[in-house]
Design a protein around this ligand. Sequence first.
Ligand code: SF4
Length: 560
Amino acid sequence: MITTQTRPSISVALVYPNVFRVGMGNLGFQFVYSRLNAHPLFSAERFFVSDASDRKGRSDRGPLSKESGRTLRDFQAIAFSVPFENDYPAIPGALLAAGIPSLQADRGPDDPLVIAGGVSVSMNPEPLAPFLDMAYIGELDDESTEPALFSMLAQAFEESGTNRDRAQVLARFRDVPGAYVPSAYRFDHDATGLIRGIEVAPGFPSRVTAVKRRSAKASVPVSVLFSPEAEFGESLLIETNRGCARGCRFCASGWMHQPVRHVEFNRFRNDVDSAIRDGRTVGLIGSDLAGHPDLEEILTYITDRGGRFSLSSIRPEGLSSSIIELIARTGQKTATLAPETASPEMKRIIGKNIPSERFYELVERLVAAGIPNIRFYFMVGFPAETDNDAQAIVEFCLESRRLFVDASRPQKKIGKIAVQLNPFVPKPWTPFQWAAMASEKVLRKRIKIVREGLRKVPNLVVRAESVREATAQGVLSRGDRRLAALLLRVAEQHGRWSGIFRSNPDLPEFYAHRERSQHEIFPWDVVDHGVSKDTLRKVFVKSMGTGLVREVLGKHTDNE
Ligand code: SF4
């Protein structure tokens, strides 16, 4: 337990709805922690949803703060930092365990304010709406909107502490950039369950514009707390860019975080220096590391000073000979490549049209440079996908493995190829937001094709994400506030989804496996990430045209 300096301030319980190891490795969570504690009016303490082995982190009053051992009830505000949909059940779960009414409508003037932010909440806050007083949409930006948000939060906490009406307190957030107050929005549904209209309380915006860090002077997300038990150990994580211009049609990070913003090396050179001094690995985080204009300079700077770095993932075009050499010099043992799919047709449909030969060549060069292991990321269940596309993954992996073994021989040691298969989950704010998610049956079949095709291949392992978990993610990603009862049930089952869809078979059908019609109103239409529905629709239609031509003619017409 860490004890922080006591000061007269507004106490915020900052909760990561997963275990310590995962939460401490999340840079977004660490950034909010540092921003709150840098403010003279706030004092934030960390909470994690404990696993069974963490006896110190839990009590019969719910999770306990890492800093002072207090419960959620002891704080004026509770802020959940939520990057992934599968962690949603832990939010009502943590509130209930602490004796706080999980539903916003049931909370009284003495209950804490409950807020959530993070990537999945920004993408679509609606599945969590009944639990929240406010959702924060977008990024924290101390150079533009953060002061308004923090000063309004400070006022709200003071007022909620004086038994003011909660609705009146929340009404003051209507002009705060990024603040979405769910209770101010009423969704009207037709008999089939589709949204007919959204009624917005007077004075609130019809859509909340996501905040984006645009100023070159804005604080850079850098980890401030270290633990050997964290997912990335005691590495210093730095967010070096946001967004990616490649436009893969399934990728929310690429579309939502436009425009692409790279942080100049000079803005975090001192952090790199202190990491090298402290013997920490520098973990560079960003969806477009390949496009960072200073990448080679940064990596050379670190290695020349005897430091180590790791890269979150990097597109093939970023892996120049000099970058590969630098990766090898830093002692990195595994390189991660994300082809996502293998057949030329499917590459065009998903908009990640990188020829397999490019990956083959990279496998050879990475291994020859002394990086013994390769990890491949693939997805199955894309729109218009067939069994042949899964078979193409098998063939891609066999060819990669053949080249991998040949390239390993001169090294006199052979590593491993790890093939990770993830079911494709359609996400809001992508061109595939209209697409149907593949059924569990289809997903299992495609995974089986890959598994069987690669069974007993030496030096190669296949791992697949749980299809059930992916379906749950599919329901929640494009879900709405009517899912509150389901989340409460999963919370009662301590996060287990078993049996949930058996008793509610219509839910996955409605939320995940249904292709949405062109003009359907989405629950996430209440937020705005700066990319129009028209643009996304045009790209979706183009993709599906590609798929349709393929189905009708049995071959692909190159229309890109
Ligand atoms: S290259 Fe990667 S980060 Fe960029 S859009 Fe494609 S999947 Fe997303």
